[in-house]
Design a protein around this ligand. Structure first.
Ligand code: F0G
Length: 458
């Protein structure tokens, strides 16, 4: 193409009005929500970047597929379509639908973990960690050292540290029932994992006879990064790269709310017959019969179609570029963030932007609330509130204090992104005046969803 502009590779058939509110209105709304953006009514949000999960726009082909949904209790035609699309992509023998990613995690971990086990990963996402810890096991983060330094540029910051993984397997191998790698690495900034790194994990898992599972939520975004950043991969399709990623693993957990381009759903897939049988039995207990797993037939159709669309190269090019476009504007304005930008989100470095707020006074909460009050934008803290509470009840600073601006798929346009950059730059200019926060109430597990806060006198 002779033109430089990367356009949204779709046209809009159906629109949803968003509500403008005043700063005074938003200050009241966030106070009523206990200064926790999770507790805001979505109708009070102008641009909602809380999550890229289940928030995407479905295509006309997906809406069309819904009516094809076969709602038979067992053996539905939609299940076989779902299974066939997933098997073509992943090659895994057993495919078990679940209502979302964390259900796949719970079923997997409850079937294979016992007290005292260790699960290595690049970085566990919060639900993955919680589902491991609830079994009395340890969720061990082994991302490469570069992945822990927000400002450091590296093409595959999501890579797992193969030396550290080998050490874990050598020293604690008898307590490791499986190795996981999250693609892309959400908690580490939506950063990709290279094929070379996945091959290294495979080799170690072969040597130590361990099954290797992908947390595959954003597999297509990862495959696109491999295509444009990994030597020798540029001539391949994202789908072929994704197929190779899956071929290196023995199974995966998947939230179809991300790269399934669906509003709900997920799956657990694997090759091992015995594990799959146990997983199916547990699925019946908590999700439903294993050919629907908590989903309607029409959900299975939407996911099957979404998995075909998500590996389209133009879609992925627009997707990755729109995030990078925001990151470039913010970086030009001196806003600290994880560089390079991730596949689904820009991660602002609240700890660096607000050095006057110590981690245990939650700089990420301060920044997220300021973005909402200033411009009606909702992002999410990924920091000390999310990761600082240890299973024994101690609180320590999280590995980083970030605010993630995660973009729903195919929802916002370039002018929305321009607006977001204006608001973030305005908040950054006034950063020194933002107060820290204290928690007034919180549950012990996954506290970030429902904790309530109050600002400290600044
Ligand atoms: N793994 C990763 C890497 C995730 O990002 C998520 C969800 C899950 C597992 C769980 O999937 O939500 O379908 O149960 N991440 C969402 C987010 C919630 O906002 O990043 P789920």
């Amino acid at each position: 193409m002779p033109f430089r502009t990367i356009i949204e590779p779709f046209r809009i058939k159906s629109v949803e009005t968003v509500k403008e509110t005043t700063p005074a209105y938003r200050r009241r709304a966030i106070a009523e929500a206990g200064y926790n953006v999770f507790l805001l009514p979505a109708a009070d949000v102008l641009i909602d970047l809380l999550a890229d999960s289940g928030t995407g726009a479905m295509s006309a082909a997906q809406w069309g597929a819904l009516i094809q949904g076969d709602e038979s209790y067992a053996g539905s035609r939609s299940f076989y379509r779902f299974r066939d699309v997933i098997q073509d992509l992943t090659g895994f023998k057993h495919v078990i639908p679940t209502h979302q990613g964390r259900a796949a995690e719970r079923i997997l971990f409850h079937t294979v973990l016992k007290n005292g086990d260790v699960v290595p990963n690049n970085n566990h996402f919060d639900t993955t960690r919680a589902n491991i810890e609830v079994e009395g096991a340890e969720a061990r983060d082994l991302v490469i050292p570069e992945g822990r330094v927000p400002s450091l540029v590296h093409p595959f910051k999501g890579n797992i540290d193969l030396g550290a993984l080998e050490k874990t397997l050598a020293e604690d191998g008898d307590r490791v029932p499986l190795v996981m790698v999250t693609v892309t690495n959400n908690s580490g900034g939506g950063q990709p994992v290279s094929l070379e790194n996945l091959r290294g994990v495979r080799a170690l898992c072969d040597r130590y006879r361990k099954p290797f599972f992908l947390d595959a939520c954003r597999f297509a975004e990862n495959a696109y990064f491999v295509k444009v950043r990994e030597k020798g991969q540029e001539g391949r399709t994202p789908k072929a790269i994704a197929q190779e990623m899956f071929s290196l693993a023995d199974g995966c957990t998947m939230s179809a709310k991300k790269d399934g381009l669906a509003n709900i759903g997920g799956f657990l897939a694997m090759n091992d017959d015995a594990w799959a049988e146990n997983a199916r039995n547990l699925t019946i207990l908590t999700e439903g019969f294993p050919t629907y797993g908590g989903l309607a037939g029409y959900d299975l159709e939407a996911i099957a179609q979404g998995l075909l669309e998500v590996v389209e190269e133009h879609y992925l090019q627009y997707r990755i570029r729109s995030i990078e476009y925001l990151a470039e504007k913010l970086e030009a304005g001196g806003v600290p963030m994880i560089r390079p930008s991730g596949g689904h989100a820009v991660y602002l470095d609240a700890r660096a932007l607000l050095p006057h707020i110590p981690p245990v006074q939650y700089p990420g909460i301060a920044l997220a609330n300021a973005l909402y009050e200033t411009g009606g934008i909702r992002g999410v803290e990924i920091g000390t509130v999310m990761f600082g509470m240890k299973p024994d009840g101690r609180e320590e600073p999280g590995p980083m204090d970030l605010v993630r601006l995660a973009f729903p798929r195919r929802v916002y346009t370039q002018s929305h992104v321009d607006y977001v950059s204006e608001v973030v730059l305005e908040v950054a200019r006034n950063a020194a005046a933002l107060p820290g926060y204290r928690i007034t109430s919180a549950p012990r597990v996954l506290r970030h969803f429902t904790a309530r806060f109050e600002p400290l006198a600044s």
